[in-house]
Design a protein around this ligand. Structure first.
Ligand SMILES: Cc1cc2nc3c(=O)[nH]c(=O)nc-3n(C[C@H](O)[C@H](O)[C@H](O)COP(=O)(O)O)c2cc1C
Ligand code: SF4
Length: 482
């Protein structure tokens, strides 16, 4: 790419020179391993770079500063002529990281349109296509029209190493979905710790410690209070170990706060994750009680050997006085159509920003009021690709951000805020508060009083994210013993 490569020797200048290193690599492999040894290359025919460190948004019209498709097609032909058997196509670069490592804000199959252009220009080159290809219909369509010779699944195999076997058996319902959060995988590698997966706590440690199985003597009856992901994961693992989990959920659905979090169009895999847990718990024969709030009496009568308090969190609220309706973010996510055409969101964390984008997709005018200097300042570290893409999307989608601003009170016309000592009214039909959550574990007192051993897990212990809730459920349930 001439954007980066300014060399004046035989490795710079013409395209052939810039591809010389890749040529020498494949030639050396063939010299050592034989000409019939197949070598494939991960290859990005387009860079999606607007400037150093600045990526382009999906669908954005921009001047490509890196490699564009014309050069990509020419380079592909040259690379194959040098001896590469196949090209493993993605798009993006380190300067547009959210293409190389696509968060949930990217479409499924995001590389397919670029692979298709490459395929149409050079149909003789076998292409491998990655990038959120875990939708079997999408993958089948990309192979059926010849675009992809092979489909590559990276993160989906971390989330569920059996994905291909399950799809082959027609059992998509058994596939644990990758939610493209990148919390456990690339996000952890970024911070120089080992690779894991948010939804599959055993990823990359499969052989570390097989789950200890219960015997008739050691089998425990475990009361799980709360059917969010922490409670469901604990129930799943306990049932797999041969224990008897009994799960009580106060509402009429399993999923907890992830139900609300999964409402935006780009969070479909969060809902698929809940569906996966429901299927697992059913298949494992877990006793699940919906519409079943737990109190001291239920705890005492449970006959449980152990209790897991997985009651989640409560949203922080603000008293903003009388005026337009003030709705908490979880409720707002669940009923977005009721918010009107002008919405102010107080709090530019992950929840506030995702809600803002979801509302923009519905044509709503959105302003985020953030007390800190910028949005997404306060969240637990997100994978850089997710952080930067969400941050860029907020401005790209035309969401107004009022940073360093304090919400004062609502009026009949909207929200009054103070910024740098000035007061300003932001017109709104609804004001949404997205200012975080606090652990909800009041039942701990009742469990203690009943004298039953217990653990508090998930958001009830510490408000975090799906990964930490699942990992909490797994860690406790995998080790629990009489
Ligand atoms: C932990 C991890 C490490 C990766 N390392 C590389 C890499 O070294 N080179 C590369 O081209 N892509 C790398 N990728 C990107 C994947 O090859 C793949 O293109 C991307 O994750 C999108 O496909 P997927 O949705 O199937 O995961 C990595 C992805 C993950 C999750
Ligand atoms: S950590 Fe998240 S993105 Fe990475 S494989 Fe697991 S679910 Fe997918």
């Amino acid at each position: 790419m001439s954007f980066f490569n300014h060399r004046t020797d035989e490795y710079g200048g013409s395209l052939e020179n810039r591809l010389r290193f890749a040529r020498e690599v494949v030639e050396a492999i063939h010299a050592g391993a034989g000409d019939d040894f197949p070598v494939q290359l991960r290859f990005s025919p387009k860079s999606m770079i607007k400037d150093f460190g600045v990526g382009a948004m999906p669908g954005e019209t921009f001047t490509e500063m890196g490699r564009d498709m014309d050069e990509g097609i020419e380079a592909a032909r040259l690379l194959v002529s040098y001896g590469y058997e196949a090209l493993d196509v993605d798009v993006g670069s380190y300067d547009s990281w959210y293409w190389s490592h696509p968060p949930m804000y990217q479409a499924k199959g995001l590389y397919v349109p670029y692979a298709r252009q490459l395929h149409e220009a050079c149909p003789e080159i076998p292409l491998i296509v990655a990038g959120r290809m875990d939708d079997p219909e999408l993958a089948a369509a990309a192979t059926a029209d010849g675009t992809a010779t092979l489909i590559s699944l990276a993160r989906p195999t971390l989330a569920d190493p059996e994905i291909v076997n399950k799809l082959q058996r027609g059992r998509r319902d058994l596939v644990r979905p990758c939610i493209s959060c990148q919390e456990g995988c690339i996000g952890r590698i970024e911070h120089y710790s080992s690779l894991r997966c948010a939804v599959n706590p055993l990823a990359a440690r499969e052989t570390e410690r097989p789950l200890p199985q219960a015997s008739d003597r050691t089998r425990m009856r475990v009361l799980i209070i709360g059917g969010g992901v922490a409670g469901m994961e604990a129930a799943r693992v306990l049932a797999e170990r041969g224990h008897t989990p009994v799960l009580h959920e106060a509402s009429d659905r399993l999923g907890g706060v992830v139900i609300a979090g999964g409402q935006p169009s780009f969070k479909e895999d969060d809902l698929a994750l809940i569906a996966w847990y429901e299927r697992q718990l059913e298949d494992l024969g877990v006793e699940v009680h919906l519409n079943s709030p737990v109190d001291a009496e239920v705890i005492r009568a449970s006959g449980a050997d152990h209790v897991l308090v997985a009651t989640g969190s409560t949203p922080r609220l603000l008293d903003l006085g009388e005026g337009v309706p003030v709705v908490e973010a979880t409720d707002a996510l669940l009923d977005q159509d009721a918010l009107g055409k002008q919405v102010v969101i107080i709090g530019g964390g992950l929840t506030g920003c995702e809600l803002a984008i979801s509302l923009r997709e519905r044509g709503v005018e959105v302003t985020i009021v953030e007390a800190l200097a910028d949005v997404l300042e306060k969240n637990a570290p997100l994978c850089m690709a997710n952080h930067v893409m969400l941050h860029d999307l907020v401005s790209y989608r035309g969401i107004e951000v009022l940073a360093g601003a304090r919400a004062e009170h609502v009026t009949a016309a909207g929200l009054l805020v103070s910024v740098d000592g000035d007061q300003r009214l932001i017109p709104a039909q609804t004001v949404v508060t997205a200012i975080g959550y606090t652990p909800r574990h009041e039942l701990e007192t009742e469990v203690k009083a009943a004298g039953i051993p217990y653990h508090v897990i998930g958001d009830a212990r510490r408000c975090a994210n799906i990964m930490y809730a699942i990992w909490d459920g797994f860690e406790v349930a995998s080790q629990l013993a009489k």
